[in-house]
Design a protein around this ligand. Structure first.
Ligand code: 5GP
Ligand code: ZN
Length: 112
């Protein structure tokens, strides 16, 4: 299974990593839709919010908690930021590995 974000998590494909721990990784989006645009992913392959189960509950809690940690290291925690979780084809999800978009800076983009 060649999942792009699994490959980034394993450092098989380069990315600008801004924060990581043993379970999660955050890196700059290659096509930023805001002055600061990073993606926070679990290292474990989980496709989307449509496929998670109760087994994923602790991971999902930690994912939400770490949004603030990532926002802090990219300078958005105090200023504020937008988050997005796209799910499935009609939800605009292009990469089928769960990820939280964290976007901020001077140019808000409600469609990003
Ligand atoms: P989605 O549309 O699935 O919610 O978001 C996927 C995001 O991944 C997009 O914003 C896109 O720009 C980003 N992306 C796609 N391929 C790569 C890549 O190879 N490297 C990085 N850093 N971001 C990527
Ligand atoms: Zn994956």
């Amino acid at each position: 299974m060649a999942c792009l974000f699994c490959q980034i998590a394993k450092k098989e494909i380069p990315a600008t990593i801004v924060w990581e721990n043993d379970e999660f990784l955050a890196f700059s989006d290659i096509h930023p839709k805001a002055p600061v645009h990073v993606l926070l992913i679990p290292r474990k392959h989980v496709e989307s919010l449509a496929t998670v189960t109760s087994v994923d509950e602790p991971m999902l809690g930690k994912l939400m908690l770490h949004v603030g940690d990532v926002a802090a290291v990219v300078g958005l925690k105090e200023r504020g930021f937008r988050t997005a979780l796209n799910t499935g084809k009609e939800g605009g999800q292009e990469v089928p590995h769960l990820h939280v978009h964290i976007m901020g800076g001077a140019r808000p983009n409600k469609n990003g």
